[in-house]
Ligand binder design. Structure first.
Ligand SMILES: [Zn+2]
Length: 376
């Protein structure tokens, strides 16, 4: 995670960067902001900046070996603690590795998610979660070892409100006086639920909610949706990026079903219906047209991944998955899908340069129709 990947918040970023530059970073930081704010992403961007081998004035480089490891959260000197299912006895090392892998995936793919998302992500449902005293012992143990790279050791505790009181008490001393070059980053949306003894030992980094403009520019800039939908979503999301992502998924789903219906018409070679659809497409606002082409691009990418049996990389929902499976198995070969990928890209390019939407859509439909006629 780089600072540039987090929309807006220039004042907080500057404060953190200056603290590193002028060497006055406190040894225990508490990132606290409302749900869907950048409290986790800022902590990760700060860690990336601190480990970067070639940082600029305002950000990590994003390409050095450390930045690459940080993008997968596999930096050996960066440790994590987070809530897991409370257990009678300590989990074995295999289980620990599994949840750590799962945590890394969660933090990289849903960095604005909350504890409920984490529970859902892991299938932990309805179980009691905590950060146990055994975990606290492991934290202390990990920090007592030499750093691997000779730089900072960081212990990032996500959702520290889940620290069992015995765990919190066990950590007080080390948070107060950590070993040299050791930094605690506590990340929470529920600072009011933390023990005052923990609170008083941290420097607070208050993270405000995103502004509507920050959410809009992020959604448009990352290609998640067109500017009109982004503005509407930002207004409803009320500064909460988690909520904004959830709404984007709903918009995206609607477009995936449009693509699905369109592909089905092409399979059935119903020319009249296809021309009607081209008319309808022509009348849509430019931004929606472009956005539909991007969804087409995503669907095609999913078909390609499915063709290559790379199921773990698929992002579509269960419902859309059935359609992707059917199309990739029976209808579109890899060669076709590659060509189609290119065609969606071209269509998007021409729409941007004010090409005739009806013609672009009809051409694409014919291309798909011909491809689908040459079944595997
Ligand atoms: Zn770097």
């Amino acid at each position: 995670m780089q600072f540039s990947e987090i929309p807006g918040l220039p004042e907080t970023k500057e404060k953190l960067i200056n603290a590193v530059k002028f060497n006055h970073l406190a040894h225990a930081l508490l990132f606290h902001g409302p749900e869907g704010s950048a409290n986790l992403t800022l902590a990760l961007a700060l860690a990336t900046f601190m480990y970067c081998e070639n940082p600029s004035e305002s950000d990590s480089c994003g390409t050095c070996p450390s930045c690459q490891r940080m993008s997968r959260l596999v930096m050996p000197d960066l440790n994590f603690a987070f809530p897991v299912i409370a257990k009678e006895k300590e989990e074995d090392d295999d289980e620990k590795t599994d949840v750590l892998t799962s945590w890394r995936k969660f933090a990289t793919t849903l960095p604005y998610g909350n504890v409920h998302d984490f529970i859902y992500f892991n299938g932990f449902e309805k179980k009691q979660l905590n950060i146990s005293k055994a975990s606290a012992r492991k934290i202390i143990q990990a920090l007592s070892l030499m750093s691997f790279e000779g730089g900072y050791k960081i212990m990032l505790i996500w959702a520290p409100e889940f620290l069992h009181p015995s765990a919190a008490n066990a950590l007080l001393k080390i948070i107060e006086e950590p070993p040299a070059k050791t930094i605690f980053m506590l990340v929470t949306s529920q600072a009011d639920q933390l023990l005052t003894t923990i609170l008083s030992r941290t420097q607070k980094i208050s993270v405000r909610a995103f502004s509507d403009e920050e959410i809009t520019s992020h959604l448009v800039g990352t290609g998640l949706c067109d500017s009109k939908s982004a503005e509407q979503i930002a207004m409803l999301a009320d500064g909460n990026m988690r909520e904004a992502y959830r709404m984007v998924d709903q918009v995206e789903d609607k477009q995936v079903s449009q693509i699905r219906d369109w592909f089905r018409l092409c399979v059935s070679k119903d020319l009249k219906e296809i021309f009607d659809l081209a008319d309808k497409f022509h009348k849509e606002p430019k931004e929606s047209q472009k956005s539909l082409m991007l969804t087409g691009l995503n669907v095609t990418r999913e078909i390609l991944l499915k063709n290559f049996d790379l199921d773990s990389l698929l992002r579509t929902t269960e419902e859309d998955r059935k359609f992707i499976n059917a199309i990739s198995k029976r209808v579109l070969t890899e060669d076709h899908a590659m060509k189609l990928y290119d065609s969606f890209n071209q269509a998007h390019y021409h729409l941007e340069r004010n090409g005739n939407a009806k013609m672009i859509f009809t051409d694409l439909s014919m291309e798909i129709l011909v491809m689908m006629a040459q079944k595997k």
